[in-house]
Ligand binder design. Structure first.
Ligand SMILES: [Zn+2]
Length: 472
């Protein structure tokens, strides 16, 4: 073994030692109920591990990421000022996407917010992922093959918590582009020893045929594609609820928190949702995941995996922490990666956190109501702010509306910004009812146009539903 010769190497060795210390190379669950007993750690034990990881990762970031070093120096903060969750929150303002975008623009193509140099990238090997945000310069992230074993275990804990077991088999219906969700699930299915039937690069009819011939119990795709494929099968005279499918593993779009959409899709398939929530910036594995209790109470929720990430909510204006239970934007500290560890990254989804016990026995914090909109997607119409998911809930609340809808924003000749919502329905008279639902939920007036059923375009991956043609 070579001895570290520089601070960069010494802090890297220390960080990798911490990562390895808490890594479990499992191919089978630890107990019948939990992939890892980490799921049931006490809050105190989890906090102690978070503190240990933060104390190792702060100097590692300072010595190995130019983005982080500049930020530490600009803020007058030393790595030794950040040794625990408490001192991190007190001393380290949240990192925004705009800071990363600036860095990526100044240092193309990768930016300097990751922590390997050319020798390490070459040594480890890597995969390229891209942020899927709808605004600004796409930021790219490389994750090494060394990191992959950490995502496999995190995702295995999540899929096992969602209900997947030996005997299940999966049909991923994804494009395998530079998006973390599908790749993370794919590697994890292999690690868990579950069969995979590749479903990329074919149309709905071909996928329906795969389901009938090979009887997968798990579908992996976006929520909007589940709607599309289910309706395609109905058009073919088949009933999705009568197939072998039991679990719907989804990522990439808000789902469980969108009232009306969750029920619509679960009823269509006669299957249960297993949600993956996360972001490209703070590791390729999921941070938020479903458990067996996720919709037993008044509102759905997801757990957030706390021994490998620190989750907080902050005020959208001041970016300072809000009290537990108050609505705020999600912030993630990623403590599960060599190549993209991050301190207090503003993911930016609205939710409320709760440490109240969950009947599933997992002690990790819960995001109540799941995620109800990313701050990037917030629509500001004449000073009234609302999320596309609020429009979606209003549309879903009206019986007989089709699955697709569009939000069109435009500027009139007199300079007034207006919104038109297009829904599918057999009756043109339904427009008033939809407009009333939107007004009561979003406090905004709009025009509703009614299109014929199945006339709006359906998208395979992330649904595009907002068309903003306003003059800036
Ligand atoms: Zn639970």
């Amino acid at each position: 073994m070579t001895h570290p010769t520089s601070r960069a190497e010494a802090t890297r060795a220390a960080w990798k030692t911490v990562l390895e210390t808490y890594h479990e190379d499992r191919e089978t669950p630890e107990t019948a109920d939990y992939w890892s007993a980490k799921d049931t750690w006490s809050a105190d034990r989890t906090r102690a591990v978070q503190d240990e990881k933060i104390a190792a990762v702060a100097p590692f970031l300072y010595e190995n990421s130019a983005f982080y070093r500049r930020r530490f120096d600009r803020l007058g903060v030393a790595p030794t000022d950040i040794t625990s969750v408490e001192t991190m929150v007190a001393n380290w303002p949240v990192v925004t996407k705009y800071e990363m975008m600036e860095d990526a623009t100044a240092h193309p193509p990768y930016g300097t917010y990751t922590t390997c140099d050319q020798a390490e990238w070459s040594d480890r090997g890597w995969m390229l992922f891209s942020s899927s945000g709808s605004t600004g310069v796409p930021r790219v992230f490389r994750y090494t093959h060394f990191d992959r074993k950490f995502w496999e275990q995190a995702n295995a804990r999540a899929l096992y918590s969602g209900g997947l077991r030996k005997g299940d088999s999966a049909l991923p219906m994804v494009g395998f582009g530079p998006h973390v969700f599908a790749w993370g699930v794919q590697y994890t299915l292999a690690k868990m020893g579950l069969p995979v039937i590749p479903g990329g690069g074919m149309d709905g009819a071909a996928r329906a045929s795969l389901i009938e011939r090979f009887n997968p119990s798990v579908l992996v795709c976006t929520p909007s594609y589940l709607l599309y494929l289910g309706r395609t099968m109905q058009d073919m005279g088949k009933d999705p609820a009568q197939t072998s499918v039991r679990w719907l593993v989804t990522g990439g779009e808000p789902f469980s928190g969108v009232s009306g959409t969750l029920e619509r899709i679960q009823d269509l398939w006669g299957a249960k949702s297993v949600e993956f929530y996360g972001c490209t910036e703070a590791s390729p594995h999921c941070g938020g995941y479903s458990c067996p209790e996720y919709q037993e109470g008044d509102e759905p929720f997801i757990h957030l995996m706390e021994d490998i990430q620190v989750w907080e909510t902050v005020d959208p204006n001041t970016l300072t922490p809000v009290a537990e239970g108050a609505r705020g934007l999600t912030v993630c500290t990623n403590l599960n990666s060599e190549s993209s560890a991050q301190l207090r990254f503003l993911v930016g989804d609205y939710t409320r956190l709760s440490h109240a016990p969950c009947a599933c026995g997992r002690n990790h914090v819960r995001a109540m109501g799941c995620m109800t909109g990313r701050s990037d997607d917030l629509i500001n119409l004449r000073g009234i702010k609302f999320f596309p998911v609020q429009i979606e809930e209003a549309v879903r609340a009206v019986p007989g509306t089709g699955d697709e809808f569009q939000i069109r924003l435009a500027t009139m000749a007199d300079g007034l910004d207006v919104m038109t919502v297009v829904v599918e329905h057999t009756e043109a008279g339904i427009a008033d009812r939809v407009a009333r639902e939107i007004r009561s939920r979003c406090e905004v007036r709009c025009t509703v146009e009614v299109a014929a059923p199945n006339s709006l375009p359906k998208s395979e991956m992330k649904a595009r539903r907002v068309f903003d043609q306003r003059e800036k």
